[in-house]
Design a protein around this ligand. Structure first.
Ligand code: GLA
Length: 381
């Protein structure tokens, strides 16, 4: 896709040109799953797939939203004087507008906004974070607000936590705002300090199981509560303040066996994330792949957020040549796998995995060979 689609779409719907155009990427997480709300490290990257937005201010207090990805919803309208959510996709940009007000930036006028994108919705590639951050970039540009990329990420997370009601961590919005082309981003979610690590020697392929993932209605918030129970029993500020050794010494304090396994995943995943960044810096892709495989096993067995289809895709991938490692990515309960591949091996991989999945589940998985793109930005046109 390119921004022209979005500009043309905006002009067809609103009958004039937009004032601001932007792009916000989806993300794939390479390592560090369910560590971001436990004070740990994550290692995602921004994708070249994402959401384009185009917008113009209005002179009244009306907000008009249209998404080419949800054409059946038609135009969704709100007034700045009544921003009650309506139970549709436009609740995301509206929640960001409410979050801007909560951060001290109430909008002075309404606007017209058009979105379109090539990011599959509900697949665990952070289409909601992309929509939130895209909205933030448009608002900042239209109203000339002095906000940094990191602040846009925090406002997006606030909207998702407090208004949409998904208690997510900061990973998705952060990498959507801060990603850098050709690099994975190692983020310490405890301090928000980060480093970019080049990832140029391998290809990334995402396979979408087609199993619909819905964070809001899934067990995501339950997992957070289980981690909190474990953290309180261990009397530590965050689960990720423990090493595998200190956890082993203390884990008997967690009386509930399920909570103990959840915490075991978090502590080991955090260590794997640090090791994987180190492996990548040293160009040791085989070691990186082994860590990905171990991460998947931990998510499947200790954290129980995988599903049969994801396990099948991961097992199949590992039997194919050219694959350094494979794991589910994102919150889980469906969605996608991420595969770290030797360069130029993606075509035979894609057809082999498509055939195997088709035979087993009688449907075709979508395969996305992806490039690592930049964080959200405005586009001059
Ligand atoms: C979702 C959340 C993130 C993170 C992942 C799991 O993507 O939005 O904050 O918790 O799940 O790693």
């Amino acid at each position: 896709m390119n921004p022209l689609h979005t500009i043309n779409g905006f002009e067809a719907i609103f009958q004039h040109s937009p004032e601001a155009v932007c792009f916000a990427p989806g993300r794939v997480n390479l390592m560090g799953e369910h560590t971001d709300y436990n004070g740990g490290y994550v290692f995602p990257c921004a994708l070249h797939l994402g959401i384009y937005g185009a917008a113009i201010r209005r002179t009244d207090r009306m907000l008009c939203f249209f998404s080419a990805n949800f054409p059946h919803t038609g135009m969704v309208t709100y007034s700045l004087d009544d921003l009650a959510l309506k139970g549709c996709w436009a609740d995301y940009p509206v929640s960001v507008i409410r979050a801007f007000a909560a951060f001290g930036y109430p909008l002075s006028s309404g606007m017209e906004v058009y979105f379109s994108g090539d990011l599959p919705d509900g697949a665990g590639l952070s289409s909601s974070a992309a929509l939130e951050v895209a909205t933030g970039v448009l608002l900042r540009s239209l109203f000339a607000l002095p906000l940094t990329q990191q602040e846009l990420a925090l406002i997006g997370q606030f909207a998702e936590n407090r208004l949409i009601g998904v208690n997510c961590g900061i990973m998705d919005q952060f990498v959507c705002a801060m990603g850098q082309s050709g690099h994975a981003l190692l983020l310490d979610t405890n301090t928000l300090s980060y480093q970019y690590v080049p990832l140029e020697q391998a290809d990334l392929v995402i396979v979408n199981s087609g199993v619909r993932h819905s964070l809001a209605s899934s067990s995501y918030n339950d997992r957070r509560r289980e981690c909190e129970t474990a953290r309180a029993a261990l009397e530590v500020p965050t689960l990720c303040s423990l090493t595998e050794e200190t956890f082993a010494d203390r884990c008997h304090k967690i009386s509930d066996e399920t909570c103990r396994r959840r915490a075991h995943h978090v502590v080991t995943e955090n260590q794997r994330t640090l090791r994987s960044a180190q492996a990548l810096r040293q160009g040791d892709l085989a070691a990186f792949g082994c860590l990905m495989n171990a991460s998947h096993a931990s998510l499947r067995d200790d954290y129980e957020v995988s599903c049969e289809e994801l396990d099948f895709l991961v097992d199949t991938a590992r039997s194919l040549s050219g694959v350094y490692g494979a794991r589910m990515t994102g919150g889980g309960f469906g969605g996608c796998t991420v595969n770290l591949m030797e360069p130029n091996t993606t075509e035979p991989f894609a057809s082999a995995i498509q055939n195997a999945y088709q035979m087993r589940y009688h449907r075709t998985p979508f395969i996305y060979p992806v490039r690592i793109g930049n964080g959200a930005h405005t586009i001059d046109y």
